[in-house]
Design a protein around this ligand. Structure first.
Ligand SMILES: NC(=O)C1=CN([C@@H]2O[C@H](COP(=O)(O)OP(=O)(O)OC[C@H]3O[C@@H](n4cnc5c(N)ncnc54)[C@H](OP(=O)(O)O)[C@@H]3O)[C@@H](O)[C@H]2O)C=CC1
Ligand SMILES: O=C(O)CCC(=O)C(=O)O
Length: 451
């Protein structure tokens, strides 16, 4: 292969910024990966010559479309929908759908880029994609949500398929929304096929998928602690969010003998010094998925807890921290506070919840820090197992899937150690995840030639 001029990291990032003006989240995600991958490929001419990182940082395609629906008052509403298909070198595009007013093309491009590395880390054959809309499900009736989901799928269906692109849930998209979208896909195509994951058990869903991301993030933490001869038992944990990932992370921490002190939503956080027990977690699940209420209501139900309006939970002293709400929800100052308060481990249930500056704080303090692309990969891993079950027209039981999830998370942890151990016993899990995730995708791309 001809030797090419190597573009250095700064020049590479300048190009990314120029080609993606104003897309701050996407640029942040590429920067975080590029700084590690550049070190790894320094002496590997084949990756430079084939422009592998440049190609992964340019989505295969971004589909943008209008979603038009009617609200309960017969007003016509218009939203924008997207599907970002980032890379399908190692399998069909795979990644969730997000419904939230903060959704932009930049947010979905960062998520699809991250997903490419995350899915590679699972070891399963899945490429990276992500989709969504700026639709806000909060305050909408069930009928409105149904009509929106149907309108969204009426366009999306032509871009997806069980061997092409398999979406799932994410923020604002849970079992209810997946059901509405799957029903519409089936109606339009007249085909029952595993085109979405996160389905209910009755129509092809997998045991353990609802639990998988939150449980997986705790298993990852457990593996990091074990690597240092430690355990979750007896430790306090601060968790943000109160959705699918946060409540299941809280559940697993509790099951393992830890004490969960906080949960939050976009309004503020609750602090319960007595610990958020399983009974309280069940109450929150019902509040969020059935009543669709606010976390502040917790304090009306359980005495001894306090609500902190407009604040995030990172100032509460803890041993373990699990950001499980959204991107950039933990900044440099909050990372410093966690470190000063003696945090030992951070495991990201959310995608890119820590700002780049915050990541540097954790890195410099050498604490155990599991980045989202590794720590929260349990969800998409069980989605991959749902795809396998759908293809084979079978369903595996809870015990088998629970064991597979545990093994998958251990495997991801070990890959991070393989590429992230700095030789002194400290593991840089960011570096490990970035390099291990990159290598598999890059080697597949090299095999395909210039496509
Ligand atoms: N579901 C899954 O399987 C996976 C999810 N993830 C990631 O985990 C995170 C949470 O997802 P999930 O639990 O599924 O989503 P949910 O919609 O179930 O819950 C999201 C939670 O985060 C809060 N939140 C959302 N946006 C903001 C914001 N801008 N500021 C503060 N809080 C906010 C929500 O509060 P409110 O109700 O007030 O909006 C809610 O408590 C996301 O980063 C997602 O990408 C990663 C892997 C898989
Ligand atoms: O289960 C899936 O396919 C997607 C999960 C997801 O969106 C994520 O890992 O961020």
């Amino acid at each position: 292969m001809a030797v090419t001029d190597h573009v250095d990291l700064d020049t590479f990032m300048a190009g990314v910024k120029k080609r993606n003006p104003g897309q701050t989240e996407f640029i942040q995600a590429v920067q975080e990966v590029a700084q590690d991958v550049y070190g790894f490929i320094d002496d590997k001419e084949e990756y430079h010559a084939a422009q592998i990182l440049r190609r992964i940082a340019e989505p295969d395609r971004v589909v943008s479309f209008r979603v038009c629906w009617e609200d309960d008052n017969h007003n016509i509403r218009v939203q924008r929908g997207w599907r970002v298909q980032n890379n399908n070198a190692i399998g069909p595009y795979k990644g969730g759908i997000r419904f939230h007013p903060s959704v932009t093309e930049s947010v979905l491009k960062f998520l699809a880029f991250e997903q490419t590395f995350k899915n590679s880390l699972t070891g399963l054959p899945m490429g990276g994609g992500k989709g969504g809309s700026n639709f806000n499900p909060r305050g909408k009736s069930d009928s409105e949500v149904m009509r929106f989901c149907q309108a969204f799928m009426t366009e999306l269906y032509r871009h997806i398929g069980p061997d092409t692109d398999v979406p799932a849930g994410d923020i604002g998209v849970g079992g209810r929304e997946i059901g509405y979208m799957f029903g519409q896909y089936k109606r339009i195509t007249n085909r029952w096929e595993g085109v979405l994951t996160g389905k209910a058990i009755e129509f092809g869903g997998s045991q353990m998928r609802p639990e998988a991301t939150g449980y997986g993030a705790v298993y990852f933490l457990q593996n990091m602690l074990k690597h240092k001869g430690e355990d979750v038992e007896g430790k306090t944990a601060v968790i943000s969010g109160s959705g699918n990932v946060a409540t299941h992370a809280a559940e697993k921490i509790t099951q393992l003998g830890g004490k969960v002190l906080t949960l939050s939503d976009s309004g503020g956080f609750i602090h319960d010094p007595d610990g958020i027990t399983q009974e309280k977690i069940d109450w929150i699940k019902h509040l969020k998925t059935v009543k669709r209420g606010r976390i502040s209501e917790y304090c009306d139900e359980f005495s001894g807890a306090s609500y902190h309006e407009g604040d995030r939970p990172w100032g509460v002293k803890c041993d373990l921290a699990l950001p499980c709400a959204t991107q950039n929800e933990l900044n440099e100052d909050e990372a410093k506070t966690l470190v000063e308060n003696g945090v030992q481990g951070v495991s990201e249930g959310a995608n890119m919840p820590t700002t780049l500056e915050g990541v540097h704080v954790f890195h410099d303090a050498k604490i155990m820090y599991g980045p989202g692309k590794a720590a929260n990969a349990g969800g998409v891993a069980v989605s991959g197992l749902e795809m396998s079950q759908n293809s084979e027209r079978i369903s595996w039981n809870q015990e088998r899937l629970g064991d597979m999830l545990t093994e998958l998370m251990e495997g991801i942890h070990d890959k991070c150690v393989e590429y992230g151990d700095d030789g002194t016993g400290h593991v840089d899990y960011v570096k490990g995840a970035n390099i291990a995730g990159f290598k598999k995708v890059a080697d597949a791309m090299l095999a395909f030639g210039v496509v």
